[in-house]
Design a protein around this ligand. Structure first.
Ligand SMILES: CC(C)(COP(=O)(O)OP(=O)(O)OC[C@H]1O[C@@H](n2cnc3c(N)ncnc32)[C@H](O)[C@@H]1OP(=O)(O)O)[C@@H](O)C(=O)NCCC(=O)NCCS
Length: 332
């Protein structure tokens, strides 16, 4: 195999809309309670975009923060990947809109759709271009406005989701640092468990699809729950094995912020104490592709994640998909 360069995160940024929707607000919208939502999910509140905000608007701000943190100009970016399940529109890609808005004049741009696993998938894809020497700087963004595809009359889903964005810059780093291993998985047999039925080529948008609310996210929560706990454990073990690490080496486990019960159940199966879990689901809910970069960004900014720490990120989502990445933090 040809020698590949070590690739790591050299800049990180995030953004959430300022509008807060609390569980108490939801109590006024559907038959639910703050207590039910907290006990079943760990969520207290989530952020929701303003009517004039779309996914690219959140992505642009997160991207600008990440570029500033990396100390590079947008014109130096070679490739932009936006992981999203809620693009501004079906086409063109949200990545192209971001490319134009930030002035990344020399960058290619595309969207990557892997449900809530999108950011970890995109991290793996983007890092290949840097590892092979094809590109020097890749901007990877996870950005979502789940509030736009949520049925606000359906208490079984509307309490779970929120909006936000996180972004990272990938560049070469000192050997031994950066992304040590990553793994991707998919099982399309579970496509129906979590999907947005209408608006694509199978069920084009029509008066009937809108009347049947098929333009909203549809989910079998219990099935997703079981799948999530299982693959989170499996993907964590797989990525650690590939990196030559054990669960004892993990300093920070950043799991997809879907539900605190899923995170705690998976961590328990792995024998990783909750003190090593990075959690912000209480404040943002499930922000899909944005959830892992948002959590990572907060933990870096508040100093929890330090140079040399071992960070493992694991996501799961629609597809069904799952993905994991093990990183030695810092670029030395
Ligand atoms: C959705 C989820 C929180 C539901 O929790 P649960 O413990 O499985 O609850 P159940 O679905 O068994 O529902 C229990 C009861 O609460 C009710 N309920 C559902 N949502 C409710 C709400 N928001 N408020 C009050 N009651 C609610 C149900 O109707 C059900 O009532 P019943 O027993 O009379 O039928 C949980 O299954 C989950 O988090 N799944 C994973 C979802 C996910 O992560 N999706 C995104 C993946 S990327």
């Amino acid at each position: 195999m040809p020698e590949v360069a070590a690739v790591g995160i050299t800049g990180i940024g995030s953004y959430v809309p300022d509008k807060v929707l609390t569980n108490y607000d939801l109590e006024k919208m559907v038959e639910t309670s703050d207590e039910w939502i907290r006990e079943r999910t760990g969520i207290r509140e989530r952020r929701i975009v303003h009517p004039d905000q779309a996914t690219s608007d959140l992505a642009v701000i997160a991207a600008e923060h990440a570029l500033k943190d990396a100390g590079i100009d947008a014109s130096e970016v070679d490739l932009i990947i936006v992981a999203t399940a809620t693009p501004d529109m079906l086409f063109p890609s949200t990545a192209c809109l971001v490319q134009n808005r930030i002035g990344a004049d020399h960058a290619g741009a595309f969207d990557l759709q892997a449900g809530c696993s999108g950011f970890v998938y995109a991290l793996s894809v983007g890092s290949q271009f840097v590892a092979t020497g094809k590109y020097k700087r890749v901007l990877v963004i996870g950005a979502e406005t789940l509030s736009r595809i949520t049925n606000w009359d359906d208490r079984t889903t509307c309490v779970l989701f929120g909006d936000g964005a996180g972004a990272v810059v990938l560049e070469r780093v000192t050997r031994g640092r950066g992304i040590l291993a990553s793994c991707l998985g998919a099982d399309g047999a579970g496509a129906d468990i979590l999907c947005l039925p209408a608006g694509g080529s199978r069920l084009p948008a029509s008066e009937q699809t809108v009347a049947a609310k098929q333009h909203y996210l549809s989910m079998n929560g219990r099935e997703v729950f079981k799948f999530a706990v299982r693959v989170t454990e499996e993907a964590t073990r797989q990525v650690l094995q590939q990196a030559g690490l054990t669960v004892e080496d993990v300093d920070h486990l950043i799991l997809h912020q879907a539900n605190i019960r899923i995170m705690e159940a998976a961590a328990k199966r792995l024998g990783i104490g909750s003190d090593r879990l990075v959690v912000n689901v209480d404040r943002y809910g499930n922000t899909s592709s944005a959830s892992i970069p948002l959590a990572l960004s907060e933990a870096v900014v508040d100093g929890r994640i330090k140079d040399g720490d071992c960070v493992v990120m694991v996501a799961f989502g629609a597809g069904l998909t799952w993905a994991a990445s093990a990183i030695k933090w810092g670029h030395g």
